[in-house]
Design a protein around this ligand. Structure first.
Ligand code: ZN
Length: 594
């Protein structure tokens, strides 16, 4: 691999070059101004006329929308990426406010199009969807209309929209309350005021006393806010139940299934299959207690590091990932290597740069960019693989799809990233000489699988309890929520985990419940789907590769059910999920043997 130039520790000097997106703020500003004018011209040309478009007109309008979308995404990504590596970049900060305003103007100019499209009668819309001129956007056009049965007449929709600031006010109160929580905590480097996220991050520290104390500090800090946080949730749930009734949804989770393009029965079957295997996690937690010399694991030990893998310098991580991808498919390796050759990655942690990692798709007519904070750990190796998995998805789907159809449905977004991790995981198990490193990796992957598949499912069950109670006329007080939370957690952990008393407020800071109900099952879905695909790869070998590359290139041009059916995965079959869960069991056996 020639693309890798040697770096110092912690990816020193690995910064991206954004000029392929925009050459400067001046150029980005010009592009934005021109695009807003194009969007406003689109508005005057098409508003009120969508019903009169023939197939060729519609194709032309969609092509124009795609060009506008690409330009806006390019500008938005440019400023967002600049800000993400330097919070003190004043030029970018100033430009960001201009971009924000410009986005609102463009969206206001374009919103009518989707609404008019959804409002068309099926008899008018279907021939347009089926027309060869619109083949590239077929799924986009059809799936936009799936909410049609739940859209109310225009004047009613407008009245409902008027009440949205009230809902946002509850969401803002929640966000502000959680963001403002601070508690003094000494992690051994001196006492300082810590946020909720900072306290939660201590679950990964090796020092048990620090982990236990951090969790206890968190619960004590949450306690005084229980009434406010539960009142926020109670009001939001009440509003959603009312909206569901008005819009004719038959269950509180139905809008999420519709948005994910998944049948309710498929998700039910998945969650039941997952719950039936909770025992796997319990077996691991008992083993972990034993390895730590404890009678019973404490919640604060759930993600505690056990043993230590060796250091993973940046260049070596890239070589391992490139190797693992190349063994799967040279095409995938080429896509992945080009990220480094084109300087589309920023990997060095530094002052003023945001934490974590992400892959930005940028735009359909651009290549993806990756942000990392590489600190030479084993976890960082898997993060490199993960973000490159997203990168290959974006690169192939943008090659084959339009700007309107490149983005995969939510339930599949994390499939290529998880699959890429599994490729690297397997390569490490086969080729890593250090046994302690192999074992650290196995445990890390296993625990992340439990957190994603089991714990996220448990959270959906908790939400279902809350909605059912509220629908039955019970207010969602902090004590009632605590009862639901603990009972669902006990079902998951069994007697394998000591749940501290303060954990009764464990539901109170989780933003998904407030912002996007039932969001979390998509994580479980994607993780299990990747494990299932990986099991198929092991069975079919090279025959699997072609279909997988096609899957990556499909992006959002097909529903999740259709995309997985191409691999012979039948979501209607309850037994479908056992393959992925068996993969987890295989990993568990490896971890138990250590
Ligand atoms: Zn991801």
């Amino acid at each position: 691999m020639t693309a890798i130039t040697p770096t110092g520790p912690r990816a020193a000097g690995v910064h991206w070059d954004l000029t392929a997106i925009c050459t400067s703020v001046v150029a980005a500003r010009e592009l934005l101004t021109g695009t807003i004018a194009t969007a406003e011209a689109f508005d005057s040309r098409y508003r009120g006329h969508v019903a009169a478009l023939d197939a060729a007109d519609l194709a032309e309008a969609l092509a124009e929308l795609a060009r506008i979308s690409n330009a806006l995404h390019r500008v938005g990504s440019y400023v967002g990426l600049r800000r993400s590596v330097d919070v003190n970049d004043d030029e970018a900060r100033d430009f960001e406010t201009v971009v924000d305003q410009g986005m609102v103007r463009a969206q206001n100019a374009l919103r009518f199009f989707d609404l008019e499209w959804i409002a068309l009668d099926d008899a008018v819309a279907q021939p347009l969807i089926d027309a060869p001129e619109n083949a590239a956007n077929r799924h986009h056009l059809a799936s936009e209309r799936r909410f049609r049965p739940h859209v109310l007449p225009d004047d009613q929709e407008r009245m409902l929209a008027e009440r949205e600031p009230v809902v946002s006010a509850w969401q803002n109160l929640f966000a502000q309350t959680v963001a403002n929580i601070r508690a003094p905590f000494d992690d051994g480097t001196g006492s300082a005021e810590r946020t909720v996220d900072e306290l939660l991050a201590y679950v990964h520290t090796p020092d048990r006393a620090v982990r236990l104390a951090a969790l206890e500090t968190l619960y004590v800090a949450l306690e005084p806010h229980g009434d406010v946080l539960s009142a926020c949730y109670d009001s939001i749930v009440a509003d959603r139940l009312t909206m569901d009734r008005l819009r004719g949804y038959d269950s509180p989770i139905a809008p999420r299934h519709l948005s994910n393009e998944l049948e309710p029965a498929w998700v039910d079957a998945m969650m039941e299959a997952i719950e039936a295997r909770y025992g796997m996690a319990q077996r691991w937690f008992r083993k972990k207690a034993e390895l730590m010399g404890l009678e019973q694991l404490h919640l604060a030990d759930q993600y505690a590091p056990l043993g230590k893998g060796r250091a993973m310098p940046y260049e070596e991580a890239l070589l391992i990932v490139s190797d693992a991808f190349g063994e799967f498919s040279p095409a995938i390796r080429a896509v992945s290597d080009s990220v480094f050759a084109d300087r589309r990655v920023d990997a060095e942690p530094r002052q003023g740069k945001r934490g974590g990692a992400f892959c930005a798709s940028v735009a359909q007519d651009a290549q993806p960019f990756i942000l990392l904070n590489h600190t030479d750990t084993l976890r960082d190796l898997m993060t490199v693989a993960h973000e490159l998995g997203h990168g290959m998805h974006f690169a192939l789907s943008s090659r084959d799809q339009t700007a309107l159809s490149m983005h995969a449905p939510l339930a599949l977004c994390e499939v290529p990233s998880t699959f890429a991790e599994l490729l690297v995981f397997d390569r490490m198990l086969q080729q890593e000489p250090d046994a302690a490193t192999r074992m650290a990796l196995i445990r890390q992957e296993l625990e992340s699988g439990f957190a994603t598949v089991f714990r996220q499912t448990m959270m959906v069950r908790y939400e279902q309890d809350a909605y059912a109670a509220r629908a039955a006329g019970q207010a969602l007080t902090k004590d009632r929520l605590a009862e639901f939370w603990l009972s669902r957690n006990r079902a998951y952990y069994g007697d394998s985990m000591e749940l501290p008393d303060g954990y009764r407020r464990g539901w109170s800071y989780i933003p998904h419940f407030i912002n996007t109900r039932f969001y979390t099952y998509a994580y479980a879905f994607a993780h299990l789907a990747s494990l299932t695909l990986y099991a198929l790869y092991r069975e079919d070998g090279d025959a699997f590769v072609g279909p997988y590359l096609e899957f990556l290139a499909t992006g959002g041009s097909m529903s999740p059910g259709e995309q997985l059916a191409a691999f012979g995965i039948d979501l209607a079959d309850a037994a479908t999920w056992s393959k992925g869960l068996d993969e987890m069991e295989r990993m568990l056996e490896l971890a138990l043997a250590g």
